[in-house]
Design a binder for this molecule. Structure first.
Ligand code: SF4
Ligand code: SF4
Length: 376
């Protein structure tokens, strides 16, 4: 296995000078990635990030997005900041705005890569787990991409970084036919017949599932709840928030889900020529949950910094190693669970390990798990 270089910008700032700031360090990291050699003059560049949610504010801050946009423009590219539909598109753009991500702050268009309705996508072959996925059209058509990921835990994947950003975030939220099998739900659901089932015997009607559902597929009827199968995207959020384990999406097993993430990421990357995609992993405000949930908990570990490179597996492995070996913060979910320094923090806190999808990405040839960290 060859060794890949991963550049690292520490979050520590010990001198009162701009060049010691993380913004300046990001600028130096981008210089090392040599975007000028990867982006042609006039070429569109997708800057793929996550816009967050109405209550999840720990996204990659606009000041960093602006720096990336400025560097892309300086080498002659035409950047656009994008994500794919997670809730209704109009509302999701408003989420971006409230989290400070808009054309004025980042200096370029801010768009939904799968269109305002989340239906603009192109089918791309993926592999044995998923068969194919539908890649968001603006990502499919973009000749170059910078994958900007806020790294954190994830209740399903164990860890959410660049691979999950590509896999879940690079495919369309829905399909114009209304068939969830041709959209993101395909990554979660066990079979084409999968649906959400609720056990009325243990449901306490707390309505948390109804509140978290992005499509308003769950409604209260009399003493019970009804799930509209047509509206349901099979995202599994209702299951995640249910305190009683009373509602469940018939979803893929853990190994298959993680292998599917790697496969979907590979399908998204297959729409780019070699060398046209670079990765920036922000290990800042590493909270336990995904940015699509309706809240953001306090960080599990201290801010670490930014990892960057052109090998997605190496960048992910370096980030995971750093987070998992960091000191758990007092007052965090890690501390609640008695996690100690030396435990692998994300799996020890969440009970799910994200390492398998990084292993799966390496196994299907997306990159090397051997890396050399170069501090900028
Ligand atoms: S979250 Fe669980 S307990 Fe609460 S209403 Fe939904 S199914 Fe019932
Ligand atoms: S899986 Fe649950 S939360 Fe997601 S769309 Fe379906 S009902 Fe709503």
């Amino acid at each position: 296995m060859s060794e890949s270089i991963v550049y690292f910008a520490t979050a520590r700032a010990t001198r009162w000078a701009y060049e010691h700031s993380l913004v300046a360090r990001l600028e130096r990291l981008l210089e090392r990635l040599d975007l000028g050699s990867r982006i042609e003059k006039g070429e569109y560049v997708a800057i793929k990030t996550h816009f967050g949610s109405h209550g999840a504010f720990r996204v990659v801050r606009p000041v960093f997005l602006r720096k990336i946009v400025d560097v892309v423009k300086a080498v002659g590219g035409k950047p656009f900041v994008c994500d794919t539909v997670r809730i209704e598109g109009w509302d999701y753009l408003e989420v971006a705005n409230r989290n400070g991500i808009n054309p004025l702050s980042v200096g370029c268009p801010v768009i939904l890569a799968d269109g305002l309705f989340g239906c603009d996508s192109i089918e791309v072959e993926s592999g044995p787990v998923l068969g194919s996925v539908r890649v968001a059209s603006a990502i499919y058509d973009a000749p170059a991409m910078i994958v900007v990921s806020h790294c954190k835990g994830h209740i399903g994947a164990g860890y959410g970084g660049a691979i999950k950003n590509l896999a879940m975030g690079g495919v369309a939220g829905r399909h114009r036919s209304g068939d969830w099998r041709q959209a993101r739900g395909h990554l979660h659901a066990a079979s084409p017949e999968s649906k959400v089932v609720r056990d009325p015997e243990i449901c306490t009607l707390c309505l948390q599932c109804l509140e978290v559902c992005p499509t308003e597929a769950i409604s209260q009827e009399g003493d019970g709840l009804v799930v509209d199968e047509e509206k349901c995207w099979r995202c599994g959020r209702c299951e995640r928030v249910c305190p009683e384990g009373a509602i469940r999406l018939q979803k893929r097993g853990e190994d298959e889900f993680q292998a599917g993430l790697a496969e979907a990421a590979k399908a998204v990357l297959s729409t780019f020529e070699p060398g046209k995609v670079v990765y920036l992993n922000f290990a800042l405000e590493v909270q336990p949950e995904c940015d699509c949930m309706p809240m953001a908990d306090v960080p599990l570990v201290q801010d670490q910094g930014i990892f960057g490179g052109d090998d997605v597996v190496a960048v992910e492995q370096a980030t995971l190693d750093r987070i998992n070996s960091a000191v758990p913060l007092p007052g965090s979910a890690a501390a609640d669970r008695g996690v100690k320094h030396g435990d692998r923090i994300l799996p020890a806190t969440l009970g799910v390990d994200g390492q398998p999808h990084v292993d799966a990405a390496a196994a299907i040839g997306l990159g090397s798990q051997r890396y050399r960290l170069v501090e900028v």
